[in-house]
Ligand binder design. Sequence first.
Ligand code: COA
Length: 168
Amino acid sequence: MIAITDVSESDLSIIQDIAHRTWPSTFEAILSPTQISYMLEIMYSLDSLKAQIQDKNHVFLLAKDQTDDEPLGYVSYELNYKKEPLTKVHKIYLLPSSQGKGVGRLLIDKVAEIAQCNGNNRLGLNVNRFNKALQFYERMGFLMVGQEDIDIGEGFLMEDFILEKQLT
Ligand SMILES: CC(C)(COP(=O)(O)OP(=O)(O)OC[C@H]1O[C@@H](n2cnc3c(N)ncnc32)[C@H](O)[C@@H]1OP(=O)(O)O)[C@@H](O)C(=O)NCCC(=O)NCCS
């Protein structure tokens, strides 16, 4: 059984650890090792994670295996993104050994439920144009609404599709 729990500031090192164990296999065929290290630093230093929670209203949820309390992965989201009735899914990462077992679906369904409880009528997210997670999102009912290249400094770009899912 999977439990989905809120993440407090004292748990942020768990998020950081999962990211460091998941990003290499996720992005090794897409991004250079230097870009992966740079992005992990700007997005997953403990200071950055704290700022996401405290200043940017990001909420992190952790999926755990209830039998042994082991963390499996996380999602972060932001309600009312840019003052629209849209919940932005900023991050969703499962440890390699926990992928393909339905946990991603549980996390997206949970965020969708929270979004609807808060009056939001769609989910939105960005995904790297070359990430196979794109097929997961399509399976979950997301549609492509655009694309953008985001300059993240040091000469690096995030080359993303923008996806949205209507909530009924
Ligand atoms: C992307 C990710 C969150 C998906 O979660 P998951 O637990 O592996 O996916 P699920 O097992 O819940 O799959 C749900 C459905 O999507 C399908 N799916 C999942 N990954 C897929 C893929 N790569 N290609 C095609 N279909 C896929 C599953 O077959 C399943 O379909 P079904 O309902 O018909 O059985 C997870 O694989 C992951 O963390 N990947 C690496 C990190 C990453 O890329 N994160 C996204 C960054 S934007």
